[in-house]
Design a protein around this ligand. Structure first.
Ligand code: SIN
Length: 221
């Protein structure tokens, strides 16, 4: 598996020799690829972190390498409230989380972190992601290396107090357009994420539709 897949110039992944563009989470057959199992890690092995939101475009920690990766059974949604970065408690912004989604795959960036730096880096990340996110570990497919590694990623589940859940796209866009927090505007978060995905030749309908909605509300960056 894997060998027959390559990144397309615009979309996520396509089969070699095919012009048919697929979403970032599907392959030519229309079926998600089978992510193989991972072997047991040793204590000195590097640790892998999978980022799918601001960690893609603003990693603020040292890493040994990074590469595009897929996680199986998850989708990215602007369903998490942000009280501490892109909004405030009385007017929360909206940031992405991963939701379980059978048959879906989410593409993002995997960062390899040395075992000696890992404790310190994850403490800092726990603080950065403290508004409702928790660490989760799952197999992650490294697209370039064509192998599976165990990755840690941060998810905000429905049970956290800041979770907002689904809403009509236009309402989410208005909320994002209006919200500002200590880390900056919520617009910047969305537009940077959309731009980073595009630069990486990944697509995400939800993110790109919201980007369009927000640019309609206020055209400039
Ligand atoms: C992530 O980027 O992986 C987590 C969500 C965020 O910090 O935006």
């Amino acid at each position: 598996m894997g060998n027959e897949h390559e990144l397309s110039p615009r979309s996520g992944i396509r089969s070699e020799g095919s012009d048919k563009l697929m979403s970032d989470t599907t392959v030519e057959s229309g079926e998600p690829m089978q992510i193989p199992e991972v072997s047991e890690p040793a204590a000195t092995d590097p640790v892998w972190l999978f980022g799918y939101g601001s960690l893609i475009w603003r990693p603020d920690f040292p890493y040994q390498k990074k590469e595009l990766a897929l996680v199986d059974g998850w989708e990215r949604k602007f369903w998490q409230g942000s009280h501490d970065h892109r909004g405030v408690p009385e007017a929360p912004g909206r940031v992405v989380t991963l939701l379980p989604a059978t048959g879906q795959q989410c593409a993002g960036m995997a960062f390899q972190i040395s075992s000696k730096d890992a404790v310190e880096i994850f403490q800092a990340l726990d603080y950065r992601e403290k508004n409702g996110y928790e660490r989760h570990t799952a197999p992650c497919w490294l697209i370039e290396q064509k192998r599976t590694v165990e990755c840690i990623f941060y998810i905000a589940t429905e049970s956290n107090v800041a979770f907002l859940g689904p809403a009509p796209l236009s309402e989410i866009a208005q909320q994002i357009n209006a919200s500002v927090g200590p880390s900056g505007s919520n617009r910047e978060y969305l537009l940077q994420l959309a731009s980073a995905l595009r630069t990486l030749n990944l697509t995400d309908e939800h993110v790109f539709s919201l980007e369009q909605e927000v640019l309609k509300l206020t055209p400039e960056l």
